[in-house]
Ligand binder design. Sequence first.
Ligand code: HEC
Ligand code: HEC
Ligand code: HEC
Ligand code: HEC
Length: 215
Amino acid sequence: MKKYRLKWFATMTGLFALLAVPVLMVGNVTYAADTNGGAHYAGVSQCKVCHNKPSTGAQYTKWTQMKHAKAYETLKTDKAKAIAEKRGIKVAPNEAPECLKCHVTGYDVKTKSAPDNIKIEDGIQCETCHGPASNHIKDGKTLMFQPNKAGSIDLLAHLQLPTADTCKQCHNPESPTWNPEQFTTKDGKKVGFDFDQAKKIIAHPDPKLDAQKKK
Ligand code: HEC
Ligand code: HEC
Ligand code: HEC
Ligand code: HEC
């Protein structure tokens, strides 16, 4: 199991929620340096190169249609401004670390910046959920130029597939627009976040990979 700070933050959020201690959360969604084999963030424009063919699921285009891709733009809306004002935030929400930490990939509230190669305009992009992917890209390129290596390269080796905890870094009551009754579970319970249902809304499967997995 790879260790990454996301998990820690989820656990702490859960703990605080349990104890019902009103604390100011200062955490942010960034990965520890050892994630994905010490990889760094590459940026969504890199993913587009290999992940936009219809035959393998056109993940890039699907992402542009998700609200995640607009998460930064959302902070420029009147609704965002009203939320920030109510909370006494003095700067525009799209410049406020308290908002950016959940609306931009890897945003660090301590340094008040996004990682190198991450454009804040891209909002929540691939590496928020899959982790820094520079090493995965190296693997992908090796395969592209040396197809004979296909058997020895695992394209999942340097990637994360997100769990519910990954999502709950942001999908939690700390979000000013959190709706505790957003989803209805199979047994009729109202919950703020349901991993399986939420995953379906943002689904971007690779039909080829899925066929292989079923074999
Ligand atoms: C040089 C090409 C290349 C680039 C660039 C690339 N990938 Fe991939 N990626 C692949 C290939 C090839 C696969 C295997 C999928 C297949 O065979 O259809 C893959 C698979 C994946 C998978 C699924 C792994 C699995 O087995 O379930 C994820 C997630 C992924 N890539 C994320 C990313 C992200 C995020 C980026 C950008 C930061 C990215 N990739 C950039 C080539 C690339
Ligand atoms: C870094 C923070 C962050 C993480 C991690 C995150 N999200 Fe989100 N998510 C957001 C924000 C912010 C929005 C609202 C974007 C907007 O409306 O501009 C959102 C919106 C959504 C929506 C509604 C969007 C739509 O297209 O209808 C779904 C569903 C969703 N997220 C699912 C997920 C799932 C599933 C995961 C985990 C695999 C996840 N999110 C991880 C921040 C995050
Ligand atoms: C803990 C993570 C988190 C923080 C901090 C956060 N957001 Fe969000 N934001 C989300 C998520 C997740 C969504 C998707 C809806 C939801 O579940 O609340 C969202 C959605 C939104 C939306 C769209 C809501 C809609 O109805 O379309 C606005 C506007 C917004 N956030 C503004 C802000 C502002 C302004 C701040 C800073 C004061 C902020 N957010 C801080 C996670 C966060
Ligand atoms: C909000 C989180 C989130 C974002 C953003 C996101 N993904 Fe994913 N991705 C997921 C989840 C959840 C799955 C399903 C994982 C599983 O099946 O366990 C997935 C699966 C995949 C797969 C494997 C599909 C398969 O059928 O096995 C690929 C490839 C992929 N993502 C690429 C990308 C690329 C490229 C981007 C950006 C353009 C991206 N993802 C953005 C959450 C995300």
